[in-house]
Design a protein around this ligand. Structure first.
Ligand SMILES: Nc1nc2c(c(=O)[nH]1)N[C@H]1C(S)=C(S)[C@@H](COP(=O)(O)OP(=O)(O)OC[C@H]3O[C@@H](n4cnc5c(=O)[nH]c(N)nc54)[C@H](O)[C@@H]3O)O[C@H]1N2
Ligand SMILES: Nc1nc2c(c(=O)[nH]1)N[C@H]1C(S)=C(S)[C@@H](COP(=O)(O)OP(=O)(O)OC[C@H]3O[C@@H](n4cnc5c(=O)[nH]c(N)nc54)[C@H](O)[C@@H]3O)O[C@H]1N2
Ligand SMILES: [Mo]
Length: 746
């Protein structure tokens, strides 16, 4: 008898709905080869007691407003990792010989407890650090923040969302007083006449999203801004859309040029500006010197295309609607917050936000990238998107947690600074990592790996031996998505249920269980439930009255498939569309902040006469997810994209003797990547592109700089200088492949 479970994809923030099916259904006790794990207590939600499926599972798409039954290749193949032979299924302790060997859970937890206590005694509680992730469920993200601050007593917690959503979040807070990536349901885009996307390649990063672009595309209103003719930019050819191809890092200037046209061609919505915004005059002054011909000379985008794009945005606002959307391409820069602010200013000049049929939004990336930035795993944050420095927020949380307010530490360090402090005299000495592969995904990864190696004790919770786990003194095996209950908040601010469909391997434990046991051993104040629904009930109380208010949401309504968009205060019906009546600032208006381009740092001189200096941008391929820790283990995806390649324009390649498939060296003062070249006219001639999904000699982050945006702490992932030449010693066997073959062959 085939059994099935409705759930959502484990990867990106689109959270495509899917159904898992298995030929057999098993009660937990009857599953072969497994002993019962410490059971999550039977919850109030009926789904918690549903029978479990057995691997291998098949995946099918399910109808849902974001994906309408569609899935991408990563989604289709996601279930193959559930019973992957390379899975970590027991706690692993690294010996003096550097080899990880299995130990029992009691010993593992005792080791963590001792390391935490010793570190605190020697160096103080802030020498214990925690790194979280936007892939964690709301329950785990919430508990991780609480666990760090109350059980470990440290302020030093931050997470990988700092690398992802921090610039757009800071800009949204500044302009609107709240940060919900899309302040409207995704399906609203379907009716738009014009959609401008800057630095986002959804055709590869969120393939089912593309159906929402169809209306604007057919109307000739799709405008894509990308230094590469990406798969998404290529759609502009079909319906007469526009591809603007600026030099990397010049989007802020381009946006000022677009705003200049709006102001000087009288395309602005003056009534909206008067009634619903503040700061207009200063913004007009700030764009005055950015006339289109000047912007052309600074960005490389033809002045006529700048005018045409601005006119189509204004025209769309009068017809079916206009949307401006930003992605990581414009946000992951040292001026990312100001660039997102410039995009918001443009949208406000046109009267888009809060109009009900037009708007501005940013495309949240990770599965729970939205919820993960609301519940307290950020260095400066308490649950409900509250500020940790706000006395009222502290008093509220002290009440919910039942602790004196002084027990809650102050703000910690944002991710890049936290990672720079690893092993330093006043820095973190004992580090706990949950749901991030920082050895591959962080800027200046060579320095981060050195930092990890200089720690007194590194604990990594993961279900695979990621490159970061490989550095750990202790690896704790945790549950995968289909093995645990929880909630996630998708890119629309809609809260969804993830369901347990499968019994986990006997030796793996839920992170809530791990935190509960450690809190007990550390004699922590307050309570730490291992039951996700109980934790969600606490999160509801914690978030009540905050910006991201979940107090009216419960598991039962999510199980019924009700659409729950936050803010959802108890007694309300939630908020699919924000800003219809007012913005979230106390005065109710949107705030326009003038921004101007800053001069960029001068890179080190090229020491290599055989190499040419180029601008490196990094990003994603359809087949791999993030650091690749998961998708490099899916045979079908690895076979399609087995290695990193450098995308380079044939004209630039010819100058240094590079041909299709040649091994090239891409280097700078921080490190070197060696990989094959892929010649393509889709990229600007002064720019090269590397995906960041691969480790070791193919790791793009060995080249990226850990310079950060002064407001958001976002590192510079998309604009780095590199020296490109033919490789002296072609590396024929990729180190990555050898790792997977030796340790994880089935
Ligand atoms: N397949 C796949 N899908 C994913 C992910 C994944 O790793 N793989 N990750 C998920 C996550 S967490 C995220 S955050 C999203 C990210 O989704 P996207 O933002 O779409 O991803 P990126 O490839 O990082 O960047 C998008 C585009 O920005 C362009 N770009 C680079 N520099 C600049 C610039 O200076 N200006 C402009 N205008 N464009 C620039 C790049 O050429 C690239 O095409 O994807 C999510 N979905
Ligand atoms: N050069 C460059 N670097 C980038 C970017 C870029 O565009 N260019 N993009 C940045 C962005 S937007 C992001 S979001 C980051 C992401 O980069 P990472 O933070 O490395 O994200 P993942 O590769 O998804 O790593 C998640 C790890 O946690 C594990 N995992 C998954 N779910 C869970 C869970 O529930 N619990 C635990 N304990 N582990 C889990 C996975 O197996 C994997 O090892 O990379 C950033 N780095
Ligand atoms: Mo991301």
């Amino acid at each position: 008898m085939t059994k099935s479970a409705d759930t959502h994809c484990p990867y990106c923030a689109l959270q495509c709905a899917m159904t898992l099916k298995s030929p057999a259904v098993l009660t937990p006790a009857s599953q072969p080869g497994s002993v019962p794990v410490p059971a999550e207590p039977a919850g109030k939600s009926p789904a918690l007691n549903a029978p479990l499926l057995a691997a291998p599972l098949t995946v099918s798409g399910r109808d849902f407003p974001t994906n309408r039954g569609g899935l991408c290749r990563k989604g289709w193949t996601s279930a193959t990792l559930l019973n992957h032979p390379g899975r970590v299924t027991e706690p692993l302790l690294k010996g003096l010989d550097g080899i990880h060997r299995p130990i029992g859970w009691d010993q593992a937890l005792a080791l963590v407890t001792t390391a935490v206590k010793d570190t605190r005694a020697k160096y103080g509680a802030d020498a214990v650090g925690v790194f979280g992730g936007g892939g964690l469920t709301n329950e785990k993200a919430y508990m991780l923040g609480k666990f760090a601050r109350l059980a470990l007593g440290t302020s030093r917690i931050d997470y990988n969302g700092r690398f992802c959503m921090s610039s757009a979040a800071a800009a949204g807070m500044r302009a609107f007083g709240v940060d919900r990536g899309l302040p409207f349901p995704l399906a609203d885009l379907d009716n738009a006449s014009t959609i401008m996307m800057l630095g986002s390649n959804v055709a590869e990063t969120m393939p089912p999203f593309v159906q929402h672009l169809k209306g604007a595309r057919d109307a000739g209103g799709l405008i894509i801004v990308d230094p590469r003719r990406s798969a998404t930019a290529a759609f502009t050819s079909d319906g007469g859309g526009i591809h603007l191809q600026p030099q990397p890092g010049t989007d802020l200037t381009l946006l000022l040029g677009l705003s200049h046209v709006v102001v000087h061609e009288n395309l602005a919505d003056t009534r909206f500006i008067e009634e619903r915004t503040s700061g207009y005059e200063a913004v007009v002054r700030s764009v005055n010197s950015f006339w289109p011909e000047r912007v052309q000379s600074l960005t490389g985008v033809p002045a006529e295309l700048i005018r045409e794009a601005a006119r189509r945005l204004a025209d769309g606002a009068r017809k079916g609607g206009s949307y401006i959307l930003t992605g990581r391409g414009v946000e992951q820069h040292v001026d990312g917050t100001d660039t997102a602010t410039a995009a918001i200013n443009l949208s406000l000049l046109l009267g888009l936000p809060g109009s009900g049929r037009s708007g501005y939004g940013t495309l949240t990336g990770q599965g729970n990238g939205q919820g993960g930035r609301e519940h307290g795993q950020k260095a400066d944050q308490l649950p409900g998107y509250r500020k940790i420095t706000d006395p009222a927020a502290r008093a509220h949380m002290a009440g919910v947690w039942g602790v004196p307010e002084e027990t809650i530490p102050g703000p910690g360090l944002p991710a890049v600074q936290l990672l720079k402090s690893l092993g330093q005299p006043d820095g973190v000495r004992c580090f706990l990592v949950h749901a991030s592969n920082i050895a591959v995904a962080s800027p200046d990864a060579n320095s981060v790996i050195d930092g990890l190696r200089s720690l007194d004790f590194l604990v990594v919770c993961d279900f695979f031996m990621s490159e970061t786990a490989a550095e750990a003194d202790l690896v704790l095996p945790v549950l995968q998505w289909a093995e645990e209950e929880g909630t996630l908040t998708n890119l629309e601010g809609r809260v969804l249920r993830r369901r347990r469909a499968l019994q986990p391997p006997a030796g793996a434990r839920s992170e809530l269980w791990i935190m509960a046991r450690l809190a007990e051993a550390l004699e922590a104040p307050s309570t730490y439930s291992e039951d996700p629904e109980t934790v969600f009930e606490e999160l509801r109380l914690a978030s009540a009255g905050g910006l991201a208010d979940y107090s009216g949401i419960d598991y039962a309504m999510l199980d019924r498939g009700e659409a729950a968009y936050w803010p959802y205060p108890a007694g309300s019906t939630g908020t699919p569309r924000l800003f219809l009546d007012s913005f979230a600032h106390a005065h109710g208006k949107a705030v326009m902040t003038p921004v101007t381009p800053r001069r960029r740092r001068t890179p080190a001189a090229n020491p290599d006469s055989g190499a040419t200096t180029m601008t490196l941008i990094t990003g994603r391929l359809m087949e791999h997810y993030q650091s690749g820790a998961q998708t490099r283990r899916v045979a079908e995806l690895l076979a399609t994209r087995p290695e990193a390649t450098l995308q380079i324009h044939p004209a630039a390649a010819a100058g240094v003797g590079i041909t299709e498939g040649s091994f090239v060296s891409v280097a700078n003062e921080r490190g070197e990547v060696v990989c094959r070249a892929e010649l393509s006219t889709a990229i600007r001639p002064e720019t090269v592109f590397l995906p960041f999904h691969f480790p070791e000699l193919e790791s793009a982050n060995r080249l990226t700089e850990a310079a950060t945006d002064p407001i958001s702490g976002m590192p510079e992932f998309k604009f780095n200088k590199v020296w490109v030449r033919l490789a002296a010693n072609p590396v024929l066997d990729s180190p990555r492949n050898s790792i997977l073959q030796t340790t994880e062959a089935s």
